[in-house]
Design a protein around this ligand. Sequence first.
Ligand SMILES: [Zn+2]
Length: 111
Amino acid sequence: MGAHRGRPRVRSSGVTLGQLQDLMTRVYGRQDAERGVPATVAWLAEEVGELARAVRKGTREEQLHEFSDVLAWVASLANQLGLSLDDAVARYAAGCPKCGSTPCSCARLVG
Ligand SMILES: [Zn+2]
């Protein structure tokens, strides 16, 4: 988490996951530390539920709103655990983590 400190202010687009984590640290770092991991997991789960509802019957604007909340809570949780989302997404950098192909050549679940 400390490695993210001191980076330039993020722009409205082109933000990396590390920059999102840095932004969440600066905006919510104190509240995150006081809330703790279990309550953060509960909030994240609730936001995922809201995203699911918005996908089913929300407008695109509402869906985008819920995506931003889910991303913010994922970043806050990773911050509290001292994990890098850039490291997490690197698992997919070379394609499907299972078969190593792009596009994935694993057996399809449906169809
Ligand atoms: Zn695959």
